[in-house]
Design a protein around this ligand. Structure first.
Ligand code: 3HC
Length: 311
């Protein structure tokens, strides 16, 4: 039975969304809206953290100190993006610990792209150029998403992604001015990453179970196919400037769903790595909590002593 109060609350929420305004953590929201946000923001955050793995593998093998410094900065940025997004997700009443447990248990997803291996150094450039380029295409509209903390987290993330995309393009352009072997390495990398990058935007609109409702709630501002098309149009002239060719755009959606369901080339490895890092970091979390508790206890003792002294 819907009460008059519930009806008013729903009407207020609907009016805020219709006006293109923001829903903030303390505002009333439909449970479905909250659940959809938790699902999408958690997946986004997980993607940032898992996405550190393929590029992180190349930090020790970067060909120069400059390239190593750039790659270190980028991978550190991704950790920060995960931090902002987990923080935004926590405003919806979930804990980072629980989200991480759901990721490790396979109950929450991360972007399919990170289940493909980074096999050559050119992949570091291609990931920056295509994967971060696709992320920018997807994330700029999210700066206008209806949930306040999510939209605000996107502003800094998008600025840093622009650096990520530019450094990737510059790395590839440098290799394309190099030897025949380097040019071949770049083209082989682009051939491997182009279609998985297009799949980052999600399944075709006809197979997207969430898009209609997410757009009605102002969570998504465009459909998957719209953003995919926008990315293709943006990337084609860049490929021409680089001197690489892009494979055709026929996508194998069976491959996509297999990867999404955990059957990607690196799916098991990525989760095993994440679990190991989480387990290895348990002592750091315990020490931080013990220190925080001792601080709280110390403060309580000082307050109690002061109150005694005032009596
Ligand atoms: N990888 C894994 N799962 C995917 C996926 C992908 N690329 N695309 C879609 N899916 C899943 C969805 O999660 C959904 O499953 P669920 O209902 O169990 O969660 C199902 O496939 C159907 O897809 P929908 O289109 O209905 O799902 P969404 O409406 O959530 O749209 C999305 C998918 C476009 C990825 C949307 O979630 C989104 O915009 N997310 C925010 C952006 C994001 O997560 N980007 C990931 C990359 S972050 C990154 O690249 C880091 C950068 O620094 C490199």
């Amino acid at each position: 039975m819907t009460s008059a109060v519930d009806t008013d609350l729903q009407a207020g929420f609907d009016a805020t969304i219709a006006a293109g305004d923001r829903i903030e953590p303390r505002d009333w929201m439909p449970e479905g809206y909250r659940r959809t946000l938790v699902r999408q923001i958690a997946q986004h955050a997980h993607s940032e953290i898992i996405g550190m793995q393929p590029e992180g593998n190349w930090i020790t093998r970067a060909p120069s100190l400059r390239r190593k410094a750039i790659l270190l900065a980028k991978v550190q940025d991704e950790a920060g993006h995960g931090l902002y997004l987990y923080s935004a997700c926590e405003t919806l009443g979930v804990s980072r610990e629980d989200l991480t447990r759901q990721l490790i248990a396979g109950a929450q997803k991360y972007s399919s792209i990170f289940n493909y291996p980074a096999l050559s150094y050119a992949d570091v450039g291609t990931i920056g150029w295509l994967v971060d380029g696709a992320a920018i295409c997807n994330q700029v509209p999210l700066c206008r998403t209806s949930y306040g903390p999510y939209g605000r987290s996107m502003i800094r993330i998008c600025k840093e992604e622009s650096f990520h995309q530019r450094q990737g393009f510059e790395l590839l352009a440098t290799m394309m001015r190099g030897t025949d072997e380097q040019r071949a390495m770049v083209q082989e990398s682009v051939d491997r990453f182009w279609k998985p990058a297009l799949m980052m935007f999600g399944p075709p609109d006809s197979q997207s179970s969430n898009t209609e409702q997410s757009m009605a709630w102002g969570i998504k501002r465009h459909t998957n196919d719209e953003l995919r098309e926008r990315f293709i149009e943006m990337t084609a002239p860049q490929a021409a400037a680089l001197g690489v060719t892009l494979p055709d755009n026929d996508l194998d959606w069976d491959e996509f769903w297999t990867v999404v369901k955990g059957g990607g080339p690196c799916s098991a490895q990525r989760i095993a790595h994440r679990k190991r890092a989480y387990d290895d970091g348990a002592w750091v979390r315990e020490a931080a909590m013990a220190f925080a508790q001792s601080e709280v206890d110390g403060l309580a003792q000082r307050v109690s002593r002061d109150q005694e002294a005032d009596r």
